[in-house]
Structures are given as structure tokens and as C-alpha cells.
Design a protein around this ligand. Sequence first.
Ligand code: DGL
Length: 274
Amino acid sequence: MEVLGPIGVFDSGYGGLTVLAELRKKLPQHDFIYFGDNARAPYGNRSFDVVYEFTLEAVKFLFDQSCPLVILACNTASAKALRSIQQKDLPQIAPNNRVLGVIRPSAEVIGERTKTGHVGILGTLGTINSGSYPIELAKFAPSVQVHQHACPMWVPLIENQQYTHPAGQQFIAEDTNALMNSHPEIDTILLACTHYPVLKNQIEALVGPAVQVVAQGPIVADKLKDYLLAHPEMASRLTKTGTTSYITSETTAVFNEKASYFLGEQIKAEHHSF
Ligand code: DGL
């Protein structure tokens, strides 16, 4: 008999909480375990091999917590580790379990949102250098032009809650303006890092009302709902008591404080280190 369990949600740090919040809204009856590898975040500037190794460890850990399905709520991990895990590791370690990412669902819909045919992608160095968005968008919206810009300082600014300080605001303005100045035709910007939704208001103020700034959480949640309808064999393996638990590789006191800020509610995490 197959083990029943919650949906695992993984990110290098706090960013995946922006996806988790939307998953909980759209799938309120489901159970979730969030794992943040905060002790080793950020992943954005790390090598392919390291991101893959850390992500695989996290996926195996969530499988050990009885999660039949794990969402990589992290673009960097989705870009650098998802394919290898799906193709190489899953068949060996847990052939009936599934690991899904955030890039493909976002690419499936973002091309439909632009009227000018120019989409901007803001992400970590790892995500941008992987070329994953141009590759995926070429499949779903081949006529759309994709303009990318890496923002290596943004995740550290967000993790350390420095993004409203003048120095933080300067980094955010510089990167946003660099993207828009290089391609003023852009009318749609995808926040291709799950940390970035906390900057959405700041970015909207910089680009003005003619440019829509799109966060991934609602897209990923809609797509997961569709996926579960299309895969009843997986849906039937997921427990549904409406609970969420949190695990971090950092000290729990720091995680509790920062995660509560991201979620707008008090939470109590447990600790796990590798
Ligand atoms: N939230 C992760 C992402 O979506 C941040 C990656 C990092 O740790 O730099 O890319």
C-alpha cells in the first residue's frame, strides 16, 4: 500500500512561502510541509552541482516525511536540479512520487499576458544564466520576445529584510531600470524568483501602470490544482486535514520570526540539518 502524506514545498529560504500562501488559499483542504534550507541560502549564486546536491537532499528529506509530491517553490532549484531529479533520481529512489517545479507553469501562462509581445524576466543569476525561461517560453509562446535580467543582490536583501532601506531600494531601482531601459517595449514582467513578490509594490511603482508585474504563486497554485485533477492517482495519496507544518535548516527562532513576517501569521517551525 502506498503511503499517504502532505504536499512538500521546498525553497532555499523564505521565498517559497509566497507560493505556499497561494497553495493554501487554492487547496485549503490539503496538508503541507514547508522546508526552507535557510542555513544554506541563498542558492542563486551557487554552482549547478551544489544546487542539485542540496535540492536532492531536500527532496529526499521531504519524501522521508511521507510527502508523495514535492513542489520546488524555487526557480533556482527548478532551473538547476529539477530535470536531473525527475529523470535520473526519481526512478531509483521513489518511482511513484513526483517532483514539480515553478518554471514550466509560469512559462505556460506568462506569454499570454503580454500585448506588446515583450516579456521581462527578473531572477537570480542561476535562473537567468540557465536560460530556462527563454527555452520554456519558446515552446509555449514562440512569438514572444524574452528579455532577462539577473538581480544577484535581491535575495540577500529580502532574507535580511533590508529591501526598504535606501541602499536596498537603490539596488531594486537599478536592476528594474536596467531591464526596462534596455527594452522599453516590455509590458509584462515575471518575478521569476519566489522571494520577489515582497518587492512587487516597489517594482510596480518604478515601472508604472503600463507594465504588469506578475508573481508566480497564483499561477503555480492554479496549475497544481489542474495537475491534481488530471492525476487522481496522486491526488488520492495526499492527506487532507488542512494543516501546514514548517521545517528549517536554520535556528527555529529566526525562521519563526521571519516566516511569520512573510506569511502574516505566527508559525512554529521545527529544525532539521543535513
Ligand atoms: N526563491 C529562490 C528562487 O526562486 C531564491 C533562490 C536563492 O536562494 O537565491 O530562485
